[in-house]
Structure formats: structure tokens, C-alpha cells
Design a binder for this molecule. Structure first.
Ligand SMILES: *Cc1c(COP(=O)(O)O)cnc(C)c1O
Length: 364
């Protein structure tokens, strides 16, 4: 925040991150899955919101002690960030170890997720006697060892495997038959690792029935206040609010057009405002002529194309005249991030992780 005051160009977009709401979402899941530990997934810089700040807050206020990242490098940075607040935290690395990264697992005390027989061999050969997790693919066909390799992995590395996990392909729809198919396969294969804790669910599964909870849930997007389902979930509190200042206003005559390609023509005389936020900051270009901002509690539709640094909105319906310096909200308490994403033909995950480097992170 202090750096903010020195910023010579404060008229740029920012994201407000409500750390209290983050902890409330963590608590909501802990209540929804009372038999399971709740691990925080903070890959991709904490879904764009700052892995270090997010993790420190969860460790201090919510007593979170288990974290997941995708890369060893993210794990090394996280270990450093947690140094004085959660020395014993477990940091799991989804993508597992490779020849080039194996040393980092030792020096930063990271727990690899073994995704193949090959990674299990690599880990078994390493001098480390640290524990590992294993990811068995039960039908997603993305990452993880095939079921056919599970027995061999158990033989090679089983003694050090403290967590066996899998990942659901269709949990955005709890009624999807694939969920139960994967759960049954998971039950069978997890039996090969009798001493390991079990984990099948990410955010969506954690909010599904208790049979999906097992010993640990891997909580990502729900922490950040976004629904993991194919519909919004009002129980989740908004954490991230994307705000951008108006930097110019205009009065358009009927028939005049807006932006590149002149894709919007004013159907009548209207008022527009140009805001400092564009695809260079992570706004989807698919928001062009389709998503809305909120300004002073009213909807202001995007008119014309989203460009790199700028978006133009129709503020004709806003009662008090919109002025330079006024603030528009792309997502937050209103519009909800789920709706903003839907209006752009995407999901909240992409809006969050797409937040650009020019977007200032402000923690509340
Ligand atoms: C990203 C990820 C998660 C977190 O998923 P959310 O839907 O954001 O909760 C959990 N498990 C795996 C394997 C992942 O890749």
C-alpha cells in the first residue's frame, strides 16, 4: 500500500483482495467437509491474487498447514514466504519432480506428487527420505499415473507415499455419472497405499456429499470466492474486486461508432466513459460488446471492442453524471465474478489467473 502512494500513475486498474472473505470461504469448506483437512491450492500465484499474501494469511488466521502449487519453483518461493509463520507447513507440488528440480524438493522440503512410474523411480533413487504423494488418474486422462502403473509405484515408493490422490473431471456438475465412476476407481486403487491419506476432491467435490471428502480436500477457486460449479454458489463470499478508473468521458451522437472495427454504433445519443483496463490487464477480449461493469450501483455495458489498455462503457443509464476518476467494477460484490466470466464465455478461474502485471494488488 505504501508503494501505491509513490506510484506516479495511479490511474490504472487494481484488484482489491478481501482477506477476511478469503478466510470465511476457508471456514465454509472446513464446515462443509468436517472430516477432512483443508489444503489451500495456491498455484499460479494464488490464482493471480498473490500466493505469498494468501498463504501467509491462511496460515496465520485459518491455521492452514497444507498447500499445493504446480511447480517446484512455486514451492521454493512459498517456503520462503511461510518461513516465519508456518515453518512446518506441507507444500505439495502437483507436477512432481524432474531431474532438474529434484534437488529443490530437498532444500525447500517440498512434497512431490508422483505422476508416473518414472517419477516414482526418480524419487526412489534420490537420497531424500522425504515423503511423497501419488496422483492416480481415474479417468481424466490429463495428469497422473494410469491405474495400471499403481501397483508398481506402490512397490517402488509405497513406503514413502503419505497421500494418494486423484482428480475429478466433471465435478462442476455434481450429478454427472463420471464422478461416481471415478470415485469407485479411486477407492480400489487407493487400497494399494494402505498407510496413505486419501484425497479426491478440489473445491467442487468439497461442496459435494461426504463420500467425496476423504482425508483431505484441495481447495482452490472456492477460496478465492468463485463458484467451482456450472452455476454460481452464493455461499461463497466475493474475495477479488476488479476496479478501474474512468479516464475520459464522451457524448455520442446517434450513429457514431466506438472503438476498433467500429463494431458498436450508438442507436441514439448516449454518454460513454473510457476506463483504464484492457486485455493487456487480463480483460477477456470476448467481453467486447457483451459484459457489463458496475458503476455507482448501476449496470454499464461494454460498447465496442476491448482493446489493450482501454474499454468503453455505456453510462447513459447512470443517474449522477459519470466523471473522470470515478471507479467502475468489472467483478466483485456486483457483478459476481461468476456472472462476469459467463458474460465473457469463460470461467472465474481464467479471469483470476489472467490478471495482468499492471493490475495493482491491494489487500484489505
Ligand atoms: C488446480 C487443482 C486443484 C484446485 O482446483 P479448484 O477447482 O480450483 O478447487 C485441485 N487439484 C488439482 C489436481 C488441481 O490441478
Amino acid at each position: 500500500m505504501a508503494a501505491q502512494q509513490d506510484d506516479p500513475s495511479p490511474r490504472r486498474p487494481w484488484v482489491e483482495i478481501d482477506l477476511g472473505a478469503l478466510c470465511d470461504n476457508y471456514a465454509l469448506i472446513a464446515d462443509a467437509a468436517p472430516g477432512a483437512s483443508v489444503a489451500a491450492v495456491v498455484k499460479c500465484d494464488g490464482y493471480g491474487l498473490g500466493a505469498s499474501e494468501i498463504s501467509r494469511t491462511l496460515a496465520e488466521r485459518s491455521r492452514a498447514s497444507e498447500f499445493f502449487v504446480a511447480y517446484a519453483r512455486e514451492g521454493v518461493e512459498l517456503r520462503e514466504a511461510l518461513r516465519d509463520v508456518a515453518t512446518d507447513a506441507s507444500i505439495y507440488v502437483f507436477n512432481g519432480p524432474h531431474e532438474e528440480t529434484i534437488e529443490a524438493f530437498d532444500t525447500a522440503a517440498l512434497t512431490p506428487v508422483l505422476n508416473s512410474l518414472q517419477q516414482a523411480r526418480l524419487w526412489a533413487r534420490s537420497t531424500s527420505n522425504r515423503p511423497a504423494a501419488v496422483h492416480i488418474d481415474t479417468g481424466m486422462n490429463r495428469l497422473g499415473a494410469p491405474i495400471s502403473e499403481a501397483e508398481a509405484i506402490a512397490k517402488i515408493a509405497g513406503g514413502r507415499v503419505e497421500l494418494v490422490m486423484s482428480h475429478l473431471a466433471c465435478s462442476d456438475d455434481p450429478a454427472h455419472a463420471m464422478n461416481e465412476t471415478q470415485r469407485e476407481r479411486f477407492e480400489a486403487v487407493a487400497a494399494l497405499f494402505p498407510n496413505a491419506r486419501r484425497s479426491l476432491s478440489a473445491s467442487a467435490g468439497a461442496l459435494m456429499d461426504p463420500r467425496y471428502h476423504y482425508d483431505l480436500v484441495r481447495l482452490g477457486v472456492a477460496l478465492y470466492g468463485a463458484s467451482p460449479f456450472n452455476h454460481d454458489d452464493e455461499r461463497l463470499k466475493s474475495v477479488a474486486s476488479l476496479r478501474a478508473p474512468v479516464i475520459q468521458t464522451r457524448r455520442l451522437r446517434a450513429g457514431e461508432t466506438v472503438g476498433y472495427g467500429a463494431t458498436f454504433a450508438a442507436p441514439r445519443d448516449m454518454e460513454t466513459a473510457t476506463i483504464a483496463y484492457g486485455y493487456g490487464d487480463g480483460a477477456p477480449r470476448s467481453a467486447s460488446n457483451s459484459a457489463d461493469f458496475d458503476i455507482a450501483g448501476a449496470r454499464a455495458p461494454i460498447v465496442g471492442r476491448v482493446s489493450m489498455d482501454l474499454i468503453t462503457i455505456d453510462v447513459s443509464a447512470i443517474e449522477t453524471p459519470v466523471r473522470v476518476g470515478d471507479v467502475a467494477t468489472f467483478f466483485g460484490a456486483q457483478p459476481r465474478i461468476f456472472d462476469a466470466a459467463a458474460a465473457c464465455g469463460t470461467i472465474p478461474y481464467e479471469l483470476l489467473t489472467g490478471l495482468g502485471a499492471r493490475v495493482d494488488r491491494r489487500y484489505l
